[in-house]
Design a protein around this ligand. Structure first.
Ligand code: GLU
Length: 269
């Protein structure tokens, strides 16, 4: 089978060197195997999406020297390649989880969860959910919904199902099962959560290897649980180091001179 890699940026601003570096490593890995490179825009969170950023990122990455076989601008057999256009696929996947009894409605606010958090939060990780709504009686769910509360839906984590995996860069990764709480797959506003969308898309797009920033290493454990729930074979993962500024913090808008736009404007070629 041909290798299939992907890069999945969130269009939330300018492309900075950290994005370009991860995109390059993902490209290099799959091109070295004469595989296909897929570009996918992760634009589900409308509050964070910046207008024009998706086109800006694609233009910047092309300028940087990358090319892709499938993507929002070139199409391909697994179109559409923007998550905002893939709603029915996430809805169908969610329905499968719901009918299998693998998810439950949760009425907790972010504040409720943070104040009850029992485990320290890893970087890039969601707050540990203490399981408050895990065993709510059906009558209580009906009561809350009829009084107007909109629930998020969480995946019911079976701790015994959390297994170590081998990352191509980081080696064997073993999560502490106590640190993985039931996680959100559908937000209260109806938007699919990253964990669900990324797995549904990587399965549908037949992705065989994922190269991405190491801030997502801890998320992989949750995603593996979803692969199992969907009875799909997970890709191979490689979590690569993030680029840091002089201050030791992850590159971001706060740092000067690190966007591809600035390099292009400075006449780099
Ligand atoms: N959209 C995510 C981000 O920009 C990356 C998701 C992934 O590669 O799994 O951080």
């Amino acid at each position: 089978m041909t290798s299939r890699g992907r890069f999945a940026p969130s269009p939330t601003g300018l492309t900075h060197l950290g994005t370009a570096s991860t995109a390059l490593l993902a490209w290099l890995s799959v091109r070295a195997q004469r595989g296909a490179y897929v570009m996918r825009m992760e634009d589900l969170d409308r509050r964070r999406v910046v207008a024009g950023s998706a086109d800006g990122i694609l233009g910047d990455l092309r300028w940087f020297g990358l090319d892709w076989d499938e993507g929002p601008d070139v199409g391909g057999p697994h179109a559409p390649y923007a998550q905002s256009e893939r709603g029915p696929r996430y809805a169908a996947a969610f329905e499968n989880l719901r009918t299998a009894g693998l998810v439950y409605p949760c009425f907790c606010s972010r504040k409720d969860i943070q104040s009850a958090a029992s485990a320290p939060q890893a970087p890039g990780d969601e707050a540990h959910y203490p399981g408050t709504c895990r065993d709510l009686a059906q009558s209580e769910v009906v009561r809350r919904v009829s009084s107007g509360a909109a629930p998020a839906w969480r995946f019911r984590v079976d701790r015994a199902g959390i297994i170590p995996f081998t990352d191509r860069v980081r080696g064997r990764y073993e999560a502490d099962p106590g640190s993985i709480g039931d996680f959100v797959v559908l937000r209260a506003d109806g938007v699919p959560a990253y964990q669900l969308a990324v797995v549904v898309d990587d399965i549908a797009m037949r992705i065989s290897e994922v190269v991405r920033g190491e801030d997502l290493l801890a998320s992989t454990v949750r995603q593996l649980l979803l692969y199992r729930a969907f009875e799909a074979t997970p890709p191979v993962f490689a979590h690569v180091p993030l680029l840091l500024g002089d201050d030791g913090a992850r590159l971001s808008k706060r740092h000067q001179g690190v966007t591809l736009r600035e390099l292009r404007d400075a006449g780099e070629s």
